[in-house]
Every structure is written in C-alpha cells, then in structure tokens.
Design a protein around this ligand. Structure first.
Ligand code: COA
Length: 326
C-alpha cells in the first residue's frame, strides 16, 4: 500500500476567508479540520496516483515492470477521455499492459479491488496495481453558493499492489457490490457530459450554469449512507460466518465523521475497531479507503491474521464492501 497527499494544507479557517462558513460549522457537521488541495497546475489526478503507486510498488518489493495490470478509480480524471490508467502505464514506464478505469466515485476503490481480486483468483494476472486518486479542488465552487459541497472534499491518492498468494488463509475473502441508479442525480456532476450537446453549451456560454459544479443532496446522501454501510458490512460478515466483534479494523470510506460514528454505534463496534482520518484529509472519494488503510498499516493498526473490512458508499448511488484476512 502507499498514499500521497499534496503538501498544501487548507484549514477550515482558510475556507471561511473564501466563503461564508466557519470552523465550528464544518467540524460539528463533518468532523473535518483540514484538507489538502493541490496548488493549481502543480499536480494532477494521474500524477498523485503515480506517486502513491511508486510507494506501493516499492513496499511490495517489486519493480514497475512486475505489474501486469492497472486499475484506476477516480471521478476526477485529468481528461474527459482517455482515463488516467494509461497515464500511469506511461509514467511508470511499464510495458504495454492493460489499464482499466473505474467510474464508481466513493465506492471506486472497493469496486476496483473486487476486479483485481477476480483476475488474481482466475490466474489471469499476478501483480495488479489498484489506484484511487482524486483532484477535487479544481472543480469545486469556492464561493458561499457551493459551501455545502466544497468544504467536504480534499485531494489525494492511495494505491495497492494486489498479488497472488499460495496461502489459502490470507487475502481477500469476499467483495460485495451494489448500485441504485434511481438516485443518480442526488450526488452528481451533470455539466461536462454527452447528455448535453457541446455546441449548445458553447452557444449558451452561461456563467450561471451551475451544472459544472458537483451537486449533493446532503441530507438524503447522509440518510442512505447510514443504512447502506451497515447493510453491506453485515453482508460481508454473514457470507464469511463472522460477527461485528470479529472485525479487527473497519476502514470505512471517509465521507463524514458523523457517518462513521453512526455506523460504529449501530454495529456496536469499539473505538479501536474503526479507522478515521477524515479530520486531516476531508473526503477524498476513491482515494479515501486506500489512504486510510495505508495510514492504519503505518500506525500499526493492522497485523497479520487480522480481519479488515473495507466499506464505501457514494454517488450512483453505489456501495460496496471487501473483507480481508491480512
Ligand atoms: N458553512 C456554513 N453553513 C452551511 C454550510 C457551510 N459549509 N453548508 C451549508 N450551510 C447551511 C445551509 O445553507 C443551511 O442553512 P439554512 O438552514 O439557513 O438553509 C444549514 O447550513 C443546514 O444545511 P444542511 O444542508 O441541512 O446541513 P446538514 O446538517 O445536512 O449538513 C452536510 C450538511 C453536507 C454536512 C451533511 O448533509 C452530510 O454530511 N451529508 C452527507 C455528505 C456526504 O457524506 N457526502 C459524501 C458522500 S460519499
């Protein structure tokens, strides 16, 4: 595992200079104290992904050319197309291996991991690089108009190398994926899309067109998240005949600290069973699970044999979990 976040720290007080908000409001509603935002032009989604990937590959004791497949999850690609997977292949100087882009927003990393897991289990690939990376700051409305969304999101990247193992008692035990497209527009960025004709957009040239900024029905997202998280975690536990008390560490997508606390309470988990770092990085969407998992590893919160549960919920809506015996 490896992660990378930009050096530029943006505190809640920094945001209150840009818009009508306060440290108190943001902390109370989300638990976020600061986030990292790329200095404009200094990095990119693919660039941060490559930095996280280099660390993960080195920690796995491999060289870039040992990687035989790339999976890149993001909602904020450098380009509309192609996706950033190919940019990683080029930047790491890897041979012409396959590169797949996953578009599942906050659940992106867990979805990507499930794909890697299946390719490994069928024997198709041996060392798969899975990346979640987001550059949100370039696309947020940094005025009071956008405060309900903008204060939540941060930039960063996390990466994992998923490798075949002969040990039947270790590894990814199961993954569980869900979606509910009827809620697609409750958390979405509609603007730059083929559903809107480009020549019409250019002709309108409307500065009041807010569809270029992310939209979020915060209350609705919150209510769905606190139901779906426990559901998909229980699905993973039931399939493996385990109980909440068997979880060594739950690494939930860092959507909002209040959501994590709600899950912890509902599932009667102890503090030491749940990892949170949203306070420092905000919500980094597809990057949040691999950033949190890497940090948990570095802090000695995961040891061999532990039952680690990853869970995510977000735009789509999509939600997912993965149960791992470390
Ligand atoms: N600073 C100050 N005031 C703000 C604000 C900000 N950053 N953002 C919104 N407000 C105001 C609103 O305008 C509203 O004012 P009003 O009552 O005068 O109309 C008030 O605060 C309450 O807004 P509301 O949107 O109802 O707040 P909330 O309690 O639902 O909290 C979220 C908003 C976004 C923190 C919360 O809904 C949430 O966390 N939802 C889930 C988000 C999430 O996890 N997204 C990622 C999905 S993976």
């Amino acid at each position: 595992m490896g992660f990378y976040v930009p050096e530029n720290v943006v505190t809640n007080d920094d945001l209150s200079k840009l818009m009508d908000t306060s440290d108190e409001w943001i902390r109370e509603r989300t638990g976020i104290e600061q986030r990292r935002w790329v200095i404009p032009g200094e990095d990119s989604t693919s660039g941060m992904g490559v930095k996280a990937a280099r660390i993960a590959i080195e920690k796995a004791g491999l060289k870039p050319n040992d990687i035989d497949f790339i999976i890149f999850a993001t909602l904020s690609p450098d380009y509309y197309f192609p996706g950033p997977g190919v940019q990683v292949q080029e930047a790491l100087g890897i041979d012409t291996i396959g590169a797949l882009d996953v578009r599942n927003q906050c659940s992106g990393f867990v979805y990507a991991l499930s794909v890697a897991d299946q390719y490994i289990k069928t024997g198709m690939y041996n060392n798969i690089l899975v990346i979640g990376s987001e550059l949100h700051s370039g696309g947020l409305d940094k005025t009071t108009r956008g405060r309900g969304v903008t204060v939540i999101f941060g930039d960063g990247a996390g990466a994992a190398v998923v490798t075949a193992s002969d040990d039947p008692n270790r590894g990814i035990l199961s993954t569980h994926l869900h979606s509910e497209g009827k809620n697609a527009k409750e958390l979405a960025l509609i603007g730059p899309a083929t559903s809107r004709w480009v020549d019409q957009i250019m002709a309108e040239h409307d500065e009041k067109d807010l569809s270029y900024y992310p939209y979020m029905n915060g209350n609705f997202v919150f209510k769905n998240a606190v139901t779906r998280f426990p559901e998909v975690i229980m699905e993973a536990l039931n399939q493996n005949r385990l109980k909440p008390e068997d979880i060594s560490l739950l690494v939930p997508h860092q959507a909002n600290l209040r959501i994590s606390q709600f899950i912890q309470k509902t599932m009667k988990l102890r503090d030491d069973q749940v990892y949170n770092n949203i306070m420092k990085y905000g919500n980094t969407t597809a990057a949040s699970v691999p950033i949190a998992l890497t940090e948990a590893l570095e802090n000695g919160r995961v040891k061999e044999g532990d039952i680690v549960c990853l869970a995510a919920f977000g735009s789509g809506f999509t939600w997912a979990s993965a149960l791992i015996r470390w």
